[in-house]
Design a protein around this ligand. Structure first.
Ligand code: 13P
Length: 210
């Protein structure tokens, strides 16, 4: 089981680079399996990363298995699993359009139905925290709430989901929504969808997220 999980993490980590969501060793991915979290190692190029480089830690960050050091963002990943029982996978990227908004401290308002259906509402930008810090972990929890994505102020983006496939698709969707928000804002002033639609779509989000 854990071997399969490690293979999948490396597969998606490579995909993250192929899609241009990260350069070099930036970004990280984790998956929760019971009380164990499998996470990408710190500072290893994705094209040389092997399944055995993936590190297993418990929910308190103690090493369970692995020769490598876990991602420097392990606190951020664990704080999400410790506060959100529904989240089983986290994908942190430095994708272009999301990072451009994060550099400005902007959130992505629900200007498209997808924002609510897949993320549960506005994709907020966190307060600033240094990469790898407890502050960043705390700020992410605050801005994430019960939704599935955040922009990390002056840093990048983070998406989560009920499994690795959903979390990765959310990372792709988040980047796409950031791009659409930038395009729409360059030709007009995009409005949020009506409140009553937001309420109905939040129910759909909660059903799909289980
Ligand atoms: P790691 O290589 O330690 O995962 O760090 C990459 C990164 O993007 C930090 O935010």
């Amino acid at each position: 089981m854990e071997e399969e999980l490690k293979n999948k993490i490396v597969e998606y980590a490579r995909l993250m680079e192929e899609k241009g969501f990260v350069v070099g060793t930036s970004g990280n991915i984790s998956v929760r399996d019971g009380d164990v979290v499998a996470i990408t190692p710190t500072s290893i190029d994705y094209h040389v990363m092997k399944p055995e480089d993936v590190v297993l830690v418990d929910l308190g960050g103690r090493l369970v298995e692995g020769e490598r050091n876990p991602s420097s963002e392990v606190k951020m990943h664990l704080s999400i699993y410790n506060s959100r029982k529904d989240v089983r996978a986290v994908v942190h990227t430095h994708s272009r359009n999301a990072s451009a908004l994060a550099a400005l401290g902007l959130s992505i308002p629900p200007i498209l139905d997808e924002t609510v259906n897949y993320f549960g509402g506005e994709i907020e930008c966190t307060k600033y925290g240094m990469p790898g810090s407890s502050d960043l972990a705390k700020n992410v929890i605050e801005a994430l709430g019960n939704r599935n994505g955040v922009l990390l102020s002056h840093h990048g983006a983070l998406a989560c989901g009920k499994d690795l496939k959903s979390a990765f698709e959310n990372a792709e969707r988040l980047e796409r929504l950031a791009e659409i928000f930038i395009i729409a804002s360059s030709i007009g002033k995009p409005e949020s969808i009506p409140e009553e639609s937001i309420d109905m779509e939040k129910d759909i989000f909660e059903m799909m997220n289980i």
